[in-house]
Design a protein around this ligand. Structure first.
Ligand code: ZN
Length: 196
C-alpha cells in the first residue's frame, strides 16, 4: 500500500498508450489498484484517479465520491474499480460541471466542462468480473474524466469557457456549493449488473 505521486501534465506517461489488462491475478495489477485507492483517499477533493496518473500505463481507473464536508449523501458513491473500461452509451442531454484534476497544477485549477449527463460503462472489477453500470450526476462525470485519461485526454482540453477558470479557493468559495454545481452533481441513478 502506498500513496503515490500524482504525475503532472507534460509528463509523457499521461500521453502513452495504456495496456489492456489480461491477467487479473497479476500482483502488479493488484498493487496498482491498491495504490490508486490509497492516493485518492489521501486528498479530500480527489474522487477518481487513473493508472497513468501514477505513472502506470494500464487501462485502469477508480472512482470514489466520498462523503466529506463538501459532499452530501446524494453525491456519494462506493469505491468502484474499472479495468479495461468502455463507455457504451452517452445521453444526448448534457450538463456543465466544474472539474479539476490531480495531474493539472495538483488539482488547484477548476473549469466548467460540458459532458453527457448519463452514461453506461462496461468494465471488469478487480476480480475480473465484467459489469455494466448506468449512472448520472457526479459519478457519470468522474467516470468520463478518468476514461479520457486512458486516451491521453486532459479535462483542460474540454473546458467550455476559459474565461471561467478559477483556482481552488474560488472554486470552494463560489462554485462547489453553488446551486448549479450541486444540482448537476446529484446521483439519481447507479444501476450496476454483472455481465458474466
Ligand atoms: Zn484528471
Amino acid at each position: 500500500m502506498a500513496i503515490r505521486e500524482t504525475i503532472q501534465v507534460g509528463d509523457p506517461r499521461l500521453k502513452t498508450r495504456n495496456k489492456t489488462v489480461t491477467d487479473f491475478s497479476d500482483p502488479k495489477i493488484k498493487q496498482v489498484i491498491e495504490d490508486l485507492i490509497d492516493t485518492v483517499r489521501s486528498k479530500e477533493l480527489l474522487i477518481g484517479l487513473s493508472a497513468p496518473q501514477i505513472g502506470e500505463n494500464y487501462k485502469i481507473f477508480i472512482t470514489e465520491p466520498r462523503e466529506t464536508k463538501f459532499r452530501t449523501g446524494d453525491q456519494v458513491d462506493e469505491l468502484r474499480v474499472y479495468i479495461n473500461p468502455k463507455i457504451v452509451t452517452y445521453s444526448s442531454e448534457e450538463t456543465i460541471i466544474y472539474e479539476g484534476c490531480g495531474s493539472f497544477l495538483n488539482g488547484q485549477l477548476f473549469g466548467p466542462v460540458k459532458r453527457p449527463k448519463e452514461i453506461t460503462v462496461e468494465a471488469s472489477d478487480q476480480s475480473g468480473n465484467q459489469f455494466q453500470l448506468t449512472c448520472d450526476g457526479i459519478l457519470a462525470r468522474v467516470i468520463q474524466h478518468e476514461y479520457d485519461h486512458l486516451d491521453g485526454i486532459e479535462f483542460i482540453e474540454k473546458v467550455s469557457d476559459y474565461k471561467k477558470l478559477v483556482n481552488v479557493d474560488f472554486y470552494l468559495k463560489d462554485i462547489k456549493m453553488s446551486k448549479e454545481q450541486n444540482e448537476a452533481s446529484v446521483i439519481t441513478k447507479k444501476d450496476a449488473v454483472f455481465l458474466s
